[in-house]
Design a protein around this ligand. Sequence first.
Ligand SMILES: Cc1cc2nc3c(=O)[nH]c(=O)nc-3n(C[C@H](O)[C@H](O)[C@H](O)COP(=O)(O)OP(=O)(O)OC[C@H]3O[C@@H](n4cnc5c(N)ncnc54)[C@H](O)[C@@H]3O)c2cc1C
Length: 557
Amino acid sequence: MADIESGSRFDYVIVGAGSAGCVLASRLTEDPNITVALLEAGGKNESLLVKMPAGVGNLIATKGATNWGFETVPQQFLDGRRLYQPRGRGWGGSSAINGMIYIRGHARDYDQWRQTGLTGWGYADVLPYFKRAQHHEDGADAWNAEGGPLWVSRGPPGDPIYKAFIQAGKQAGFPVTRDFNGYQQEGVGPYHLTIRDGERWSASAAYLRPILASRPNLRVISNAHAGRIVIENNKAVGVEFSAGPGKPVQTVRAAREVLVCGGAFQSPQLLMLSGIGPADEITKHGIKVVADLPEVGRNLQDHLDVCLINEMTKPISMYSKTKGLKQPMIGLQYLLSKQGPGRTNHLHAGAFLKTRGELDRPDIQLHVVNAQMRDHARIKADRDAFTIHACQLRPESRGTVKLASSNPFDAPAIDPRYLAEENDRRTMRDSVRIMRDIVAQKALDLYRGAEFAPGAHIRTDAEIDAWVRQNAETIYHPVGTVRMGADAKAPVDDQLRVRGVEGLRVIDASVMPTLIGGNTNAPTIMIAEKLSDILRGKPLLPPQDARIAEDEMAGAV
Ligand SMILES: Cc1cc2nc3c(=O)[nH]c(=O)nc-3n(C[C@H](O)[C@H](O)[C@H](O)COP(=O)(O)OP(=O)(O)OC[C@H]3O[C@@H](n4cnc5c(N)ncnc54)[C@H](O)[C@@H]3O)c2cc1C
């Protein structure tokens, strides 16, 4: 049981110490007059694997204390497969198990949000919040900043395969870009990473741990699984939680507001468990309806991903580097000196590309890994190889999160409906051909062995489509299940207030109305940064225009 008196009262109760929850807990308690309780279902996430960037593969692959390890329902358009869905649990949430790639998405993604009536969410409006969060080790420029809690580093040059990939991309005719978050997203280039001095810089490392000792107005309650938001007279006044099935239920009260930050699967689940969501879905599970919001749990979007794997002609992949006793030695070296292969994530290069010339921004993203990556690293590598991931950035398919039962400890029913739309299938097919084209370039001659997956025999559209159906997996960016919108049907408004219930907001990846073109940690942190100003009644940071390539091409600058 948590060491807190049931019925204790705070100004704000935050559910979920993930990317968004850590930011809010930290920013709100900068004001000593504001009290906050931060409830987190998991623990403190103090293991070496969380701290050591190279531990990422293990964290993703292993369901347990730091990873909820969900599964989707059988996917109709992926031959009925259930897809694995890792999600972070414990302090830092998914930022404690993620790939540490620092990406904001394309400027146009936010402009598109603004164009739907979401005032204050255009690129110029959100850029100052990305920057306030950030400390870039390279220093400040028009797009990057110094002094924020979230450390961003360029990472070491890493293995030669990354440089060769960038060179090969150039030879295939793509531009090279030094900073995907800067002037031009489109191109091949190096990733910038949320790693500080060889340590994973999760939202917990950035925002929560540094303030713990000095903020008596913040109470972090671990192993506290929220099962219901307490609503009285149509106002959220507290949260019920417990340490696990059969354990006593306690209540913590919120004098001002309850802030739900459980992530794109569990925030809609908690709302529905509390009677907020589609009335038919809620009543089916014997739960009393508090607010009939049909779109809670709808609009699920995620980045579906396929891997092109080539054998490597040189023994320089992670397979050779971690063989036998080498792996424990890497851990030991890291433990003793924070040096060696443990201090990075081994994800140093990638690309944002267009599958068709007429697009106004890249529609696929590549991630290069110096290893044979199969099934989220759940299948052990058995040879030297390198992997290129490709995901479609803005899928048209929309899925759902529903209740599987009224038991808060049951996983929600996750149905992303991947590849329900033809354009999504076409994009995945094209991405396989684009990856093959890059790999065929001269710069990779030194390393390229036989194609391991899909395999050289997979050639025609029909063969590639069938292979995609059998092999595509998530690359971990679900959003949109409690979408923010200016229209009355959107579950939350532009200040992330839940419609129809007072004193309740959802602040996390679930509020993104559409998927942004890139990884979703920095955008989630940006959303929470901005909301912290709104909650504190502070003036919003003034908009900042920073040039991007597309503006210039369109003659707008
Ligand atoms: C394996 C993986 C790799 C990724 N790689 C990258 C990457 O390289 N770069 C990038 O930018 N993004 C990446 N992402 C995505 C990014 O990390 C997430 O989009 C982001 O962390 C989401 O933040 P959030 O606040 O919405 O949710 P989360 O960070 O998932 O936080 C939700 C928190 O709420 C807690 N919680 C849930 N339900 C309850 C409840 N009922 N009671 C109490 N607590 C609860 C959870 O335990 C969790 O701690 C990755 C994600 C994963 C899973």
